[in-house]
Design a protein around this ligand. Sequence first.
Ligand code: ATP
Ligand code: MG
Length: 392
Amino acid sequence: MRCVIVHYHELALKGRNRNFFEQRLVLNIRYVLQDLGVKRIERLRSRIRILLPAQLDDQIVTERLARVFGIANFSLAESVPLDLANPDLRELMRGAAEAVQHRAFDTFRITAKRADKRLSLTSMDVERAVGEHLREATNKKVRLIDPDLTVYIELLSKEAFYSTGKIQGPGGMPVGVSGTVACLISGGIDSPVAAYRMMKRGCDAVFVHFTGRPLVSRASEEKVHELVKLLSAYQRHSRLYVVPFGEIQREIVARAPAPYRVVLYRRLMVRIAGEFANREHCWGLVTGDSLGQVASQTPENLCVIEEASEFPILRPLIGMDKLEITEEATRIGTFPISIEPDQDCCSLFTPAHPSTKTRLDDIRKVERALDIGGLVKQGIDKAENTTFTFPE
Ligand code: ATP
Ligand code: MG
């Protein structure tokens, strides 16, 4: 029986929440595999077994599972029946020998794990017996340290699995166990990575993008669509709110001193995003801020921006430098989209000397000249939203 065995580690540590976490992980796996005709997914002693339909391609299953947060690793395996009291390893040996037949290797080892201690054989007994059989069948050498090939065997209560490799999962916690957050996504390098990190900690992400439209083209929106589509492979549904921000910015430019523009834009952004966060039952906003990276990210300005927000602002990249963020963006695939040229709304009317140490009192005074409530309402009323579903 062809199957996938999924392992998770962090979840196992979560005490009484464990059941909830495991159920969520099974549900998330079910979502990403359902269009492939996968129906049987079961929890078995700290692992999850997925039965694969006979004709299903390994590659597509691997690609889908590599994006399910909560999976530490998984293997494409075969399952054979096992009798605890009277274990007969012949089928396991035959299967393992067949599985390595077309693989190129000189040295190998067997790594066995016994999940049910009632089994009358120890893991080492199984490793020896199967290893000996493979050595005879293949004429290859056993090498315990750094072998070319490892055959993994897991012995459960009624069945045993064997596989010839483990595939790294993305780790983290299953999306959905940590509530919903609203991610401010700009189309730059940082904000998609920030969203990814929160999703990896189990959050469902809703996205909010501010575009300079009608003063600029739709280029940034197209990029954000691409980015959200890519990130949606990690959660089942994503909603993206796009807010035309150009007119609001023009109003700020007309009524406020130039050095305060960027902080004012940001304070309006978090207020508007907060409205969508309420609508979507979020518990926090997420930004790609990294301390000191640009004028809006000085300690003083971050605090003044935070003050305008009804929600906590989560900044998962706050202590990372650009190089580290870029490496992560490259690894998750958002980097090439992020560096496509566009016109970000924040680059509209950017002052030559933005205030880097904004004081709350000063910004409050400036805001008195603006109809904040009216501008927030304008942003909300003009916003459009799109839903993304994965698999499409
Ligand atoms: P990024 O690479 O994510 O654009 P950045 O280094 O350009 O970040 P800023 O432009 O100061 O930094 O933006 C800081 C954060 O504010 C962004 O990471 C994002 O979360 C949010 N933000 C900025 N501009 C927008 C926008 N147009 N729409 C939505 N969120 C935005
Ligand atoms: Mg930006």
